[in-house]
Write a protein that binds this ligand. Sequence first.
Ligand code: PEP
Length: 255
Amino acid sequence: MRKSIIAGNWKLNKTCKEAVELVTELNRDLSETTDVDVVVCPPFTALRDISDVLVDSKIGLGAQNLYWEDSGAFTGEISAPMIKDAGAQYVIIGHSERRQFFGETDETVNKKIRAALAHDLTPIVCVGEMLEDREAGKTEDVIKTQFSGSFAGLSAEEMEKLVIAYEPVWAIGTGKTATKEQAQEVHQLIRQLLTAAHGESTAESIRIQYGGSVKPDNIAELIAQPDIDGALVGGASLKADSFTQIVKNSLGVAK
Ligand code: PEP
């Protein structure tokens, strides 16, 4: 049985003060939650302050991106050792906004996964199709291409250390959630790709989150699906009450 993982992607939101306020509330409401892994992913600038609040907390901390080199002449970039040093244990890689607006490719995603793993950070690797892909019946092809490019050359042991997030781009920040059937179909496909590449036991151990307009009132039906192991939450993770409610509504849901 895979333990669910619910992560909040705060994107380009929250000053350090606002971030500390939010995480202080979450810590009060969720610090004893052990049945699901809870992670917050603030902007880089707030990582250190938040990690101080989360000392001894069950809530995990993640960054939203990284660069694959450890150090050097790469102005504006942040490396895995820096993220680790700031107190994080996770890093989101290949979010669709990075693919769409910042030139992220499956090849750079692959390099970033390797850098994260080399420094003991857990990558949360995002894949997902655009609306035009879905409408053209190309969802499966897109996922297969992203899968083979992003995870190229990774061993079963390495794959077991990461989390995958399926995020249909058309459902991100739009209020349009994939139906539970649409989401399960792609999660099952990803599980099949994992099985074909690395065998059943590895495939069964890897957690696959769903992301795209997850809210307190839809998390239960999504997480009830056999291959959905949690959620990557954007908008609804920016307020303590909605994120807490998502976590609480995910608990005890029969698969
Ligand atoms: C996301 O950014 O990963 C996301 C799923 O956003 P939202 O929940 O706002 O759709």
